[in-house]
Design a protein around this ligand. Structure first.
Ligand SMILES: *Cc1c(COP(=O)(O)O)cnc(C)c1O
Length: 469
């Protein structure tokens, strides 16, 4: 046997602590400039990523060297989604307290599969479940599963719906599967791609979707809905991924309740509007649904990897997510794995709890209210410039911007991305190429908006100059 084993090496690293201190120092330095620097990595930083292209190492190296490599070449190649000038996709920053709590939780390395595996994680999951019921005014007994994001939360909510609708028809989906099962109808409007993915994974298929008509903001027109019945799952949206609009929940949920259809709401970033006094009109009636999917890592600003499925029907969710095994002893306390597809997972509840405990209702109200103000500021400033047009009603945090034609829009977007003052992506809205601005960071200031609008102006100037040459 070797005299100094890999185990000895690791105990020594643990004892010496220097890699932890090093990583901690790098992390704190990172936070000092990530809010001010170029939002997107420089060409040089991107080219330097080549250092990671190597064949699998034969031997173990010094732990310090691993941490140093990550810091030297990984750090500059990060995108500053944490900062206030990242407006791409629909993302989110992370609150300082959430980063700190996550850091602490990393050292704990807890797994909330069962209560016996992590009493602290099980406790925090039960507490946050109750808080969410209170916050969104959901029926008592609503269950929460803590998953990686809204994609998985949508999958869970729709799996619960599938279970319940078939069970009412005497069909046990877990035993009999979907072949020859009674037909389930799927009705939706401008659903997010993650809904389509969930429908594919659950075996419904895209061709079976009945598409409801939507208005010019992407909201379902209730009068255009097909007849709903007890075999229907209707999927609504709190926060359209382009326009930020909300489906008219109250009207549609009433119809669905009468028809005993199942309503699932994809509220990835928009459901939090329900906690904001001046925005609550947008979510009116959303608590009449059967299941909901919402992210922590978007407008709430927990670190990534934080989504929640909420389901009014505990039995439907836990039966759809059922697992059993002789070694699994179900306790009277919360066993997380009965609410999620995974068995082992990270205790992401630590950051979610920390974020909610820190902000409280008033903090969420204020923080997300500010995001909405910044979106309105952006829309106002950009539409006062020649050559830019705002294409949506800015009701929440999304602004859709176009230029005079598709080619200009596309080139201007490319120029903005290359300037690196802010970062945004493109989309298609009503057949037109657009630039999509999503304000989801606690850190976005009025000054960030002014700087970003200037970058739009600069990008258009570059495009005009290129054209005239
Ligand atoms: C982001 C988003 C999703 C997907 O959520 P993830 O957390 O990325 O899995 C689903 N629906 C909407 C409306 C979204 O904005």
């Amino acid at each position: 046997m070797k005299e100094f084993t890999i185990q000895d090496k690791m105990f020594l690293e643990l004892k010496e602590k220097s890699i932890f201190e090093k990583a901690q120092n790098y992390s704190i330095k990172y936070l000092e400039n990530v809010f001010d620097r170029n939002v997107y990595p420089t060409e040089e930083a991107l080219n330097n990523l080549l250092v990671f292209d190597e064949t699998f190492p034969e031997n173990s190296i010094e732990a310090e060297k691993v941490i140093e490599l990550l810091n030297e070449f990984g750090n500059p190649a990060t995108v500053s989604t944490l900062g206030g000038r990242y407006f791409g996709f629909v993302c989110g920053s992370a609150l300082p307290v959430a980063i700190a709590a996550k850091n602490l939780g990393t050292y704990w390395d807890q797994c909330p599969t069962m209560h016996s595996l992590s009493p602290i994680a099980a406790k925090l999951e039960s507490v946050v479940e109750k808080w969410l019921i209170e916050l969104f005014n959901l029926p008592l007994g609503t269950s929460a599963g803590f998953v990686s994001g809204t994609t998985v939360a949508n999958l869970c909510g729709l799996a619960a719906a599938r279970y319940r609708i078939l069970q009412r028809k005497g069909w046990d989906i877990n035993q009999k599967g979907l072949y020859s099962a009674p037909k389930i109808r799927i009705v939706t409007g401008q659903a997010h791609s993650s809904i389509i993915k969930a429908l594919q994974l659950l075996g419904f298929g895209q061709e079976n979707i009945e598409w409801a008509e939507v208005d010019n903001q992407g909201r379902i027109i209730p009068e255009s809905l097909p007849e709903l019945d007890e075999s229907t799952i209707i999927i609504l949206q709190a926060g359209n991924v382009n326009s930020g609009s909300f489906d008219p929940f109250e009207n549609i949920c009433k119809k669905a309740q009468k028809a005993t259809s199942w309503v699932h709401i994809d509220g990835a970033f928009g459901l939090w509007a329900d906690v904001v006094d001046k925005l609550r009109y947008l979510t009116k009636g959303c608590n009449m649904a059967n299941s909901w999917a919402v992210d922590g890592h978007k407008t709430l600003n927990t670190p990534y990897d934080c989504g929640i499925v909420l389901c009014k029907d505990n039995e439907a969710l836990t039966t759809a997510m059922q697992t059993s095994g002789a070694y699994l002893n179900k306790s009277n306390d919360r066993d997380g794995m009965y609410y999620t597809p995974e068995m082992s997972r990270r205790a992401r509840i630590i950051e979610l709890w920390a974020t909610m405990k820190y902000l409280g209702r008033e903090g969420i109200n204020e923080m997300i209210g500010i995001m909405c103000d910044r979106a309105k500021q952006f829309a106002e400033e950009i539409s006062s410039l020649n050559g830019f047009f705002v294409e949506n009603n800015v009701v929440f945090n999304q602004v859709i911007v176009s230029c005079e034609n598709d080619t200009t829009t596309q080139n201007v977007l490319k120029n903005i991305q290359e300037l690196r003052e802010c970062w945004l992506g493109g989309s298609i809205w009503k057949g037109k190429k657009v630039i999509r601005v999503s304000i989801c960071s606690w850190a976005t200031t009025e000054k960030d908006i002014i700087g970003s609008v200037n970058s739009f102006k600069e990008a258009l100037k570059i495009e005009k100059t290129n054209n005239s040459n």
